[in-house]
Design a protein around this ligand. Structure first.
Ligand code: ADP
Length: 254
């Protein structure tokens, strides 16, 4: 019998309360290697909280979470995970870091003291800069760049360790349409050609079917988790969302 591979993420009966108000309710799901998951849901539905649990920043009230075979609180191999935070506009024009240095910061998470970038790391930084087509601006200060360029730098930083899993929190909110499209085609490439597992938190429910292969729709609890074909054919989902909203999510999906 074939051996079932260990899931990248396994969540069982996860619940979380903030000051006795339930924010996540009895979530159970797994993410397999190579999945590209769109995590969607209304404002306040618990998306960011779920990401914080996965990253070990918040402890669940109940239930079990496993990231690459370990609980987030005991997880030691953060370099296997790339994380792109929600806010990209935190660099003021005088932030004293060049593109190359910011990308290099991504390497520090895997190092013990002394935390210094070694010359052998130069190759990894070079590869990440090339992948994001930002080699030409590597000596520029991050604060001098446009929003789209800054985001490329942050993606390069998230990729510099060649992670197996990428977690992206609302990555395209501040981007112009062209940069957004470039971003999504890059993610598609990373998922398909490099096999990187992706979890993308997004508001863009009308487009999510064009990018992701599965949707996790959260509203404190899991409303839907699965592929788009299943979602689009589901009468339960048509009743939950209404036929026109279901259609909106489905009609752009090739
Ligand atoms: P989303 O990312 O889907 O918008 P969040 O995970 O940010 O949702 O928030 C889920 C709920 O938890 C919201 O009602 C929010 O107000 C609440 N919440 C988030 N963070 C905290 C916190 N640190 N303390 C108390 N309540 C919080």
């Amino acid at each position: 019998m074939p051996v079932t591979p260990t899931p990248v993420i396994a969540v069982e009966h996860l619940s979380l309360e903030y000051k006795s108000v339930e924010v996540l309710s009895d979530l159970t799901f797994t993410v397999q290697a190579g999945d590209y998951i769109g995590l969607v849901g209304p404002n306040g539905s618990g998306k960011s909280t779920l990401i914080k649990v996965l990253l070990g920043l918040v402890a669940p009230s109940r239930g079990d979470v496993s990231m690459l075979g370990s609980s987030p609180s005991a997880f030691k191999e953060w370099r296997r995970i790339g994380y792109l935070p929600q806010r990209i506009s935190f660099f003021n024009p005088y932030f004293p870091g060049t593109v190359e240095e910011i990308v290099g910061l991504g390497l520090l998470s895997q190092k013990r003291f002394p935390k210094r970038i070694a010359s052998s790391d130069g190759e990894r930084i070079k590869k990440a800069l090339e992948l994001m087509s930002i080699t030409g601006i590597r000596h520029k200060l991050i604060g001098e760049l446009s929003g789209g360029q800054q985001q490329r730098v942050l993606i390069a930083r998230a990729l510099v360790n060649e992670p197996e899993l990428l977690i992206l929190d609302e990555p395209t909110t501040a981007l112009d349409p062209e940069t957004r499209e470039n971003f999504f085609s890059l993610m598609h490439h990373l998922n398909k050609s490099k096999g990187i597992t992706i979890i993308l938190v997004t508001h863009d429910i009308g487009n999510i079917g064009r990018y992701a292969s599965k949707m996790l729709y959260l509203d404190k609890r899991i409303i839907f988790y699965g592929g788009f074909d299943e979602f689009c054919l589901s009468e339960t989902m048509a009743r939950f969302f209404g036929v026109s909203s279901q259609h909106l999510i489905c009609h752009r999906h090739d």
